[in-house]
Design a protein around this ligand. Structure first.
Ligand code: PEP
Ligand code: MN
Length: 365
């Protein structure tokens, strides 16, 4: 074949591409019109019976050289793209999405703002074990100008034989500490039945990683106006996490914070893998404050500081870490909690490194 012949064939191919382009867009315009009619009539955009008929017709009329299965695959892609053209982009409609709500949501937790651009620390013991233990930690935090105290009263433990938490008694201890030191308290609730009681004791309801998929619990907290801290599930994708958050907002509660706490991967050097890039992704895709729990993600005391630095540098609105007066005898997570001296060092280093510019930084490094 001569060069001229090849050029002629290529020119014809270019023409066919342009014809296909025109036809695809003409088809797209028709699809959009159909979408408008369907939207007015309130009928579903996806019609599997009609799609099957179109695919059958393609099979009947196909004269080659393409295989019918190849063509059906290509047309299926066209149908899929058309459906997207017909319907709204789901992200646009999700209440948690930034497309729906471009401004940052700032959650007011007993007058401490989370998501206002000033990064915060949240700290406290893994489990509430006694009044003395919680008050000791609360005092230490208060002295460093930290006003967000965490502590678990209902503990979702891997083994039913491990310490399950003090329950209501634990919530009472937290409230006492919160009142005494004017701090906000954060505690996990694991059952929809306990939400109502918890409202009187805590300032933030935490939904733990193991309950991210407990949709009844999410709906129940969604019906309150209490700030909620939702943790990412152990094996949840970012999309699943975002949809879990949507459950809370869909019931009316917009006081929601997301918390990356590490996901399960094949890596065994850390307890979980801190998915650091999830933080800016969640900040881009949603308007909610995004927190990083450095304790449960790393499971290693020696990694708390570098992980906190990374989380703050990448834009987390707050960092959460566990502190216990005597970690060696802690009833849960003994290997990863800081004692008070270590915590003080942790706070000082973060403030001195200029990574944590929280309100108290100037007052007390
Ligand atoms: C906790 O914060 O006390 C806790 C149990 O964390 P997670 O749900 O992330 O495991
Ligand atoms: Mn813990």
């Amino acid at each position: 074949m001569s060069h001229e012949e090849l050029d002629q064939l290529r020119a014809k191919l270019d023409d066919k591409n342009m014809e296909l382009l025109k036809l695809l867009n003409e088809r797209g315009n028709l699809v959009k019109k159909i979408g408008e009619v369907k939207s007015k009539a309130g009928t579903k955009r996806f019609d599997p019976v009609r799609e099957r008929k179109m695919l059958d017709l393609i099979a009947e009329e196909n004269e080659g050289p393409f295989e019918t299965t190849t063509l059906q695959h290509l047309f299926k892609q066209v149908f899929k793209a058309s459906l997207e053209l017909m319907g709204e982009d789901e992200q646009k409609t999700l209440l948690v999405s930034r497309k729906k709500h471009p401004e940052n949501t700032v959650v007011n937790v007993k007058d401490t703002l989370i998501g206002d651009g000033v990064q915060k620390l949240i700290a406290g013991p893994c489990s509430v074990e006694s009044e003395e233990q919680v008050l000791t930690v609360a005092k230490a935090l208060k002295e460093r100008g930290i006003s967000l105290l965490r502590g678990g009263a209902f503990k979702p433990r891997t083994s039913p034989y491990d310490f399950q938490g003090l329950g209501l008694e634990g919530l009472k201890i937290l409230k006492k500490a919160g009142d005494q030191y004017d701090m906000a308290v954060i505690s996990e609730i694991v059952s929809p039945n306990d939400i109502e009681t918890a409202l009187d004791y805590v300032d933030v309801i935490q939904i733990g990683a193991r309950n991210m998929h407990n949709f009844e619990l999410l709906k129940e907290v969604g019906m309150t106006d209490k700030p909620v801290l939702l943790k990412r599930g152990l094996s949840a994708t970012i999309s699943e996490f975002i949809h879990a958050a949507e459950y809370v907002l869909s019931r009316g509660n917009t006081n929601l914070m997301l918390c990356e706490r590490g996901i399960r991967t094949y890596e065994t050097a850390t307890r979980n893998t801190l998915d650091i890039s999830a933080i800016p992704i969640l900040k881009q895709e949603t308007h909610l404050p995004v927190l990083a729990d450095v304790t449960h993600s790393t499971g290693r005391r020696d990694l708390l500081l570098p992980a906190a630095k990374a989380a703050l540098a990448i834009g987390a609105d707050a960092v959460m870490a566990e502190v216990h007066p005597d970690p060696a005898v802690a009833l849960s997570d003994s290997a990863q909690q800081m004692d008070i001296a270590e915590f003080n060092e942790f706070v000082t280093t973060l403030r001195e490194s200029n990574l944590l510019k929280d309100v108290a930084a100037k007052a007390s490094i």
